[in-house]
Write a protein that binds this ligand. Structure first.
Ligand SMILES: [Zn+2]
Ligand SMILES: [Zn+2]
Length: 215
């Protein structure tokens, strides 16, 4: 297929506009995460946490189960740190994934409402090629990684189970995450809208002033 430059340029422009508000939400969620870490007494950077991640996932991507490679690996928030998923940077929500899965999962992370599962990570692992419309890009992703339907279903099911068990062992940070998600959703939406509006207004004023000076 020929590369669609026009659509790529369109997307780049809209992304630049929303980045500032998304960044603010991410900063808010990081600040909340720091407080949760203080309360639960364990952080993502603790050596003990790293050991537990390795014990569960080994040297493989937590989703596709392919071996991780330097330079093609990302820190992965299973519940994404955005205003739709309200994921936190706390033990139980952070693993390591390959960049391909990290990028493909973004499609589910950015859906205001999920259809296939309740959480972003489980939704991503539910695109087994049987539940979506034929054009689904995430189903196509998994079909390319594991072409054989039986093998694909098995890999995805195993990944869901492994992640569920892993998350269940972080009971207190999980409970905090659930409570926070329930009470912050409206505030995060408001913060996103206000930030977007105020940034746009200030930018308009500044650009107008600049053009007045130059004219
Ligand atoms: Zn992967
Ligand atoms: Zn799908």
């Amino acid at each position: 297929m020929q590369f669609d430059t026009a659509s790529y340029l369109r997307k780049a422009t809209s992304r630049a506009k929303s980045d500032v508000a998304n960044k603010l939400i991410s900063m808010l969620l990081h600040e909340i995460s720091r407080r949760v870490v203080d309360v639960v007494g364990m952080g993502v950077t603790d050596a003990a946490y790293a050991r537990e991640v390795v014990a569960t996932f080994g040297d493989r991507c937590g989703y596709c189960q392919r071996v991780l490679e330097t330079g093609h690996t990302s820190v992965e928030h299973m519940e994404g740190m955005n205003r739709f998923r309200i994921g936190l940077h706390v033990p139980g929500n952070v693993i390591v994934a390959c960049k391909h899965c990290n990028g493909s999962k973004r499609r589910d992370d950015q859906l205001p409402t999920l259809i296939l599962a309740e959480s972003g990570w489980e939704s991503f692992l539910s695109h087994n090629g049987t539940r979506c419309s034929p054009g689904c890009k995430t189903c196509a992703y998994w079909q390319a990684v594991w072409p054989d339907i039986e093998q694909r279903t098995d890999v995805l099911r195993t990944a869901v189970q492994r992640i569920k068990t892993f998350r269940e062992s972080y009971k207190s940070s999980n409970e905090w995450s659930i409570r926070i998600r329930a009470s912050i959703k409206t505030k995060a939406d408001l913060l996103y809208r206000e930030c977007q509006k105020s940034a746009q207004q200030q930018i308009q004023v500044m650009a107008a002033e600049l053009f007045q000076e130059l004219n």
